[in-house]
Design a binder for this molecule. Structure first.
Ligand code: NAD
Ligand code: UDP
Ligand code: UDP
Length: 319
C-alpha cells in the first residue's frame, strides 16, 4: 500500500535524508518546512519526483492536509540556531506539536515525534536509559529546546492517553552526516570545516565532555523502523553508543583530513552536558535496531561531503 507521509522539517539535515528514503520506498511524501535552518539545496535532488511535494509553512500555524503518517522533525537542532530565537523554538515545540497532533487526530494518522537526548539534560545517570527522567535546568539558555522537547513529549503522551492516538516518540542522540549545515555551530560540522581549512579547532571547555555520535543513515533506519512497529510507542533511544570526548573527536578529524589545524580552547557554554551516551538495550530488544556505521567511517563520508561543498562554494563557506 502506498502511504502519504508528512515530514515536517523535511528540508533540514535529518528531514531531507528521511524524505529521500521514504520516496525510495515508494511512498508519497509531503515536505513541510519554513526554511529557517533548512535549505532548498537539501531537497533539490528530489524535485521532479511526482510523489514529492513541498509546502512552505510554519508549523505554529494550523495545517490541513490528508496523510497516513506524520514525522514531526520541524525544530532547529543546533544550540546556536535554537538560541537565536528561543521563543520561536519553544513555540515550535509546543504550538507546533499541538497543531500536528490535531492534524493526526483528525486524519487518524500515526505520528512520530523527533525528541532528543537533551530531555536528559546534564545527566547524572550514565549511560541514559529511557526510564531516566533527566536533569534539565528549566530556566537556562538551553531550556527553550530541552523543556520544549519535554513538553512536546508530554503532549504526545496526553493525546495518546486521552484520544487513544497512535504515537511514537524517538529520543535522538547526536547525529551527523552529509547535509549538516556547514556553519550551524554543531561540533562535527565545525571541526570538519575548520580542519579542511587548516583553521584552529575550537574546543569548548577542556574537551573532556563526551558525546555519542550516530551516522545519519543508521538514524533514519531507526526512525522508519519505529514508525512501522505496531505496538511500540516509546520513548525509545536512537543513537550510537560509542562515546568520545570532544578532544578525541578533534584528533580524529585532524588525522582523517590530514589537517595542519591546532586545537584552541574556548569557554564552555552554560549548561553544556558533561557526558552523554544512549543505553540501547530497549532499541535492540524492542525495536530490533542497532547502529552499524562506526565513527571513523561516518566521519570519512561526512568529510567527503564537506570537501565537495568547499569545492563548489570555495572559501565563502565559513566557520
Ligand atoms: P535542522 O535544523 O537541520 O532541521 C530542522 C528543520 O526544521 C529545518 O529544515 C527548519 O527549517 C525546519 N523548521 C524549524 N522550525 C520550523 C517551523 N516552526 N515550521 C516549519 N519548519 C521548521 O536539524 P536536524 O538536525 O535535521 O534535526 C531535525 C529534528 O531532529 C529536530 O526536531 C531536532 O530537534 C531532532 N534532533 C536532531 C538531532 C541531531 O543530532 N541532528 C538530535 C536530537 C534530535
Ligand atoms: N489542527 C490542524 N490541522 C487539522 C486539525 C487540527 O492544524 O487538520 C490544529 C488546530 O488548529 C487545533 C490543533 O490542531 O488548534 C489541536 O487540535 P485538537 O483537535 O486537539 O484541538 P481543538 O481543535 O479541539 O482545539
Ligand atoms: N563543541 C566544541 N566546539 C565546537 C562546537 C561544539 O567543543 O566548535 C562542544 C560543545 O560544547 C558540546 C559538544 O561539542 O560539548 C557537542 O556540541 P553540539 O553543539 O554539537 O551538540 P550538543 O551540545 O547539543 O550535544
Amino acid at each position: 500500500m502506498i502511504n502519504t507521509i508528512l515530514v515536517t522539517g523535511g528540508a533540514g539535515f535529518l528531514g531531507s535524508h528521511l524524505c529521500e528514503r521514504l520516496l525510495n520506498e515508494g511512498n508519497n511524501v509531503i515536505c513541510v518546512d519554513n526554511f529557517s535552518t533548512g535549505s532548498k539545496d537539501n531537497i533539490l535532488h528530489l524535485h521532479g519526483n511526482p510523489r514529492f511535494e513541498i509546502i512552505r509553512h510554519d508549523i505554529n500555524l494550523p495545517l490541513f492536509v490528508e496523510v497516513d503518517q506524520i514525522y514531526n522533525l520541524a525544530c532547529p537542532a543546533s544550540p546556536v540556531h535554537y538560541q537565536l530565537d528561543p521563543v520561536q523554538t519553544i513555540k515550535t515545540n509546543v504550538h507546533g506539536s499541538i497543531n500536528l497532533l490535531g492534524l493526526a487526530k483528525r486524519t487518524k494518522a500515526r505520528i512520530l515525534q523527533a525528541s532528543t537526548s537533551e530531555v536528559y539534560g546534564d545527566p547524572d545517570v550514565h549511560p541514559q536509559p529511557e526510564t531516566y527522567c533527566g536533569m534539565v535546568n528549566p530556566i537556562g539558555p538551553r531550556s527553550c529546546y530541552d523543556e520544549g522537547k519535554r513538553c512536546a513529549e508530554s503532549l504526545f503522551f496526553d493525546y495518546h492517553r486521552q484520544y487513544q492516538m497512535d504515537i511514537k516518540v524517538a529520543r535522538i542522540f547526536n547525529t551527523y552526516g552529509p547535509r549538516m549545515h556547514p556553519d550551524d555551530g554543531r561540533v562535527v560540522s565545525n571541526f570538519i570545516m575548520q580542519a579542511l581549512q587548516n583553521k584552529d579547532i575550537t574546543i569548548y571547555g577542556d574537551g573532556h565532555q563526551s558525546r555519542s555520535f550516530c551516522y545519519v543513515d543508521d538514524l533514519v533506519d531507526g526512525l522508519i523502523r519505529l514508525m512501522s512497529t505496531e505496538k511500540l510507542v516509546g520513548p525509545i533511544n536512537l543513537g550510537n553508543d560509542g562515546e568520545f570526548s570532544m578532544k578525541e573527536l578533534a584528533e580524529k578529524v585532524i588525522r582523517l583530513t590530514g589537517s595542519r589545524s591546532q586545537l584552541s580552547y574556548h569557554p564552555l557554554p552554560m549548561d553544556d552536558p558533561r557526558q552523554r551516551r544512549p543505553d540501547l538495550r530497549q532499541s535492540k530488544e524492542k525495536l530490533g535496531w542497532k547502529p552499524s556505521v562506526a565513527l571513523e567511517e561516518g566521519l570519512t563520508r561526512t568529510i567527503d561531503y564537506f570537501i565537495g561543498l568547499l569545492e563548489r562554494h570555495g572559501n565563502t563557506v565559513n566557520v
